[in-house]
Design a protein around this ligand. Structure first.
Ligand code: ZN
Length: 682
């Protein structure tokens, strides 16, 4: 199950197509350059020659071209290295930055709530203008200039030696890292296409809730309620804990809906269609007996035909596209290795251990008993989304919706309020203005997302779902989360010392920083400032949410291993594997406290379908968020510390966390807080 990344460093081996003369040429050049620049440069010369030899192909030029290239572009003294480093920093920024802008513009119609998506819009969205960029930089040899002069490093080196590196050394490592792979443009295009198709599939996967009926023909949900799978469905389960009358019936119904989505017995006719009624218990479909929308999608098949495993076809296609990269990524030859060794920079085995530390914690049965006591009934599977530890507000979901809709009738109204929200979070006024000026708010087609800029002159975009009646509370809660991303994106790009260090170590960190914001959503509405009881409740809420998402993530990880082990699988076989894996993880870590076996709910997350093994970032994010929240609480206010930690940039994860809080990444802070909270909350 585990990947075994090759021990040799990147560029350590010659490429399969390496010309026969390469070794001899490199040896001769080493002697020549040492003579010219002195013995002190030998290590740099050896490293540079080894690195470019790893990528040089016959089509890049013959021995004479190679010799001349090395003589011309080796920077043999510190002043030349400084000039070169500065030039690449200042020219890569607009190169990556403008490509990012083109890409964002071309996705506008599919990403934003801007009317119907035409078939050609999907082609625009699937086009990635930077697909050729790195390849072009190999063709014109700019990549070779970098690889000749700056160090590629392995995860192992970064983990062992990175602590001693200066900021500049980290920046040089990241600069070289841009060119650690030479992936053909066609492969990148295939990935963009599979990704855009999966995104589109997920973005329109709505369930029209008023059209769900139970055995008595009752409609439990209000007219026009349209919930996107899985985010809105899951969040509706959470909200239903407050509905003492029909909450439980609604939750059981949503669980049924989710199970039909996961096992693909859902009738195709009821997906994003308000013209059909559906009883998810009997799985019967009828023409809608009540009308709450004129929306009538074309091409819906006859009533009970199930969705034809499209969910798993989309996932398989993201896998097939990812696999095309493998031959061009010798040090991380699977998407799994690229995710863990390169993106997360935390080895998969360590991540799995962190998750199991949470899943097998003796706090789990104590939590389960407490939840059962509070609910006054045995746990049911959907209680993995129990959120009754949220500090009680005086306001119902409906009141919150009304309050938010009044405050934010449009995306623009939210945008105008960003400086005030940031001041509430403790950012100094001038800083709040600076950050807000770099964020644009757009109405999203899906549930919302944050899109950072890749150059200082561009802006980060906050995409949030705004209904015709204004923003609702769920949308606001997500918008605050996305705003956390945007603030991090702005500070770690616009306020950093080296462009190559822009960003955070990996996506789990940007998630963690987004959670720090999201946790303040009620405070941002001016509703309450959390006290010590609220803090304990929050610790329990975080612990239970982490427990849930650790299992979801393990499913995602095992499904990707299964796809790699079964490269010829059909969508049907993949569906069966997902069902089996979901049940296995459930039976091992959840059934002991839920007392029900073979539940498939862990397979419902949409990320599993369109996000290329992204889910493990969430539990890591929860752990990190907890570490950071604790830290910021000690600091007194969020703003200045948020900026300080964000400005560390893209150094190694554990190093970043030590710089922020004094400890490496781990669940200890969360577990300790949950344990002490358990003695406070009854
Ligand atoms: Zn996020």
């Amino acid at each position: 199950m585990k990947q075994d990344p090759k021990e040799s460093g990147p560029g350590g081996a010659e490429s399969p197509a390496a010309p026969a003369w390469l070794k001899e040429a490199a040896a001769a050049l080493e002697n020549e350059l040492v003579k010219q620049y002195g013995e002190g440069q030998r290590a740099r010369i050896q490293r540079g020659l080894k690195q470019i030899s790893g990528f040089w192909r016959a089509s890049d030029g013959d021995r004479q071209v190679f010799d001349e290239f090395v003589r011309k572009h080796f920077a043999g003294d510190q002043a030349s290295v400084d000039t070169m480093f500065g030039r690449f920093e200042s020219l890569l920024e607009p190169s990556f930055g403008h490509m990012g802008e083109i890409s964002r513009e071309l996705r506008q119609q599919t990403d934003l709530d801007a009317g119907p998506v035409q078939p050609y819009d999907e082609i625009f969205a699937g086009y990635n203008p930077s697909a050729h960029l790195i390849d072009d930089f190999f063709e014109n040899k700019l990549a070779f200039v970098v690889l000749l002069n700056f160090p590629l490093t392995t995860l192992d080196e970064r983990l062992k030696e990175g602590e001693k590196w200066s900021r500049r050394q980290w920046a040089e490592t990241r600069l070289a890292g841009y060119f650690s792979k030479r992936i053909p443009a066609g492969v990148n295009l295939a990935i963009s296409k599979a990704s855009a198709e999966a995104d589109q599939y997920i973005a329109e996967y709505n369930i029209w809730m008023h059209h769900l009926t139970d055995d008595q023909g009752r409609r439990l949900f209000p007219a026009q309620m349209r919930l996107l799978s899985h985010w809105n469905l899951r969040d509706e389960i959470k909200a239903d804990y407050q509905d003492t009358e029909n909450g439980l019936a609604k939750q059981r119904m949503i669980q049924k809906v989710m199970e039909h989505i996961v096992d693909q017995t859902i009738p195709a006719a009821v997906i994003n269609n308000p013209q059909a009624d559906w009883n998810p218990f009997t799985n019967e479909v009828m023409p809608a007996a009540e009308k709450d929308s004129d929306f009538a999608p074309a091409g819906k098949p006859a009533a009970n035909t199930p969705e034809p495993n499209t969910r798993y076809l989309r996932l398989l296609e993201t896998y097939r596209a990812s696999r095309l990269v493998d031959p061009y990524s010798p040090t991380a030859p699977t998407l799994i290795a690229r995710r863990f060794d390169e993106d997360r920079e935390i080895p998969e085995e360590r991540v799995e251990k962190l998750f199991e530390q949470v899943l097998t914690s003796p706090l789990v049965p104590r939590m389960a008993a407490l939840i059962q006591k509070r609910l006054g009934r045995p746990l049911e599977p959907f209680d993995i989304w129990y959120n009754g530890f949220r500090p009680k507000t005086k306001y119902s979901e409906a009141e919150l919706d009304a309050m938010v809709a009044r405050k934010y009738p449009s995306a623009k109204a939210y945008q105008q309020d960003i400086p005030a929200m940031l001041r509430t979070l403790g950012f100094p006024a001038a800083r709040a203005e600076f950050i807000a000026e770099n964020i644009v708010v757009d109405p999203a087609r899906g549930s919302g997302h944050a899109m950072g800029a890749a150059m200082r002159q561009a802006k980060a975009h906050l995409r949030t779902r705004v209904e015709k009646t204004g923003m609702n509370y769920k949308g606001f809660n997500i918008a605050v989360h996305e705003m956390g991303h945007n603030v991090e994106q702005t500070l770690s790009l616009n306020a950093i010392d080296y462009y190559s260090l822009n960003g955070v170590p990996n996506t789990a960190f940007t998630e963690a920083l987004a959670f720090v914001f999201q946790a303040q959503d009620l405070q941002l509405l001016g509703l309450q400032s959390p006290g010590s009881q609220a803090k304990a409740l929050k610790a329990l809420n975080d612990f239970w949410a982490t427990y849930e998402i650790c299992g979801v993530s393990l499913v995602d990880m095992r499904v990707w291993h299964w796809m790699y082990d079964n490269p010829e699988a059909t969508p049907e076989q993949l569906r069966d594997a997902v069902l089996r894996i979901s049940k296995e993880i459930w039976n091992r870590f959840y059934a002991p406290v839920f007392h029900q076996k073979d539940v498939v709910l862990l397979g419902i997350y949409s990320h599993m379908i369109h996000s290329f093994l992204y889910l493990p970032d969430y539990p890591i994010g929860h752990m990190i968020a907890f570490q950071l929240e604790e830290h910021m609480e000690k600091a007194g206010k969020i703003g200045p510390e948020f900026e300080r930690v964000a400005r560390q940039g893209r150094i190694a994860p554990d190093l970043w966390m030590k710089g922020a809080t004094g400890s490496p990444v781990g669940p200890e802070a969360l577990l300790a807080a949950a344990e002490s909270a358990l003695s406070v909350v009854r």
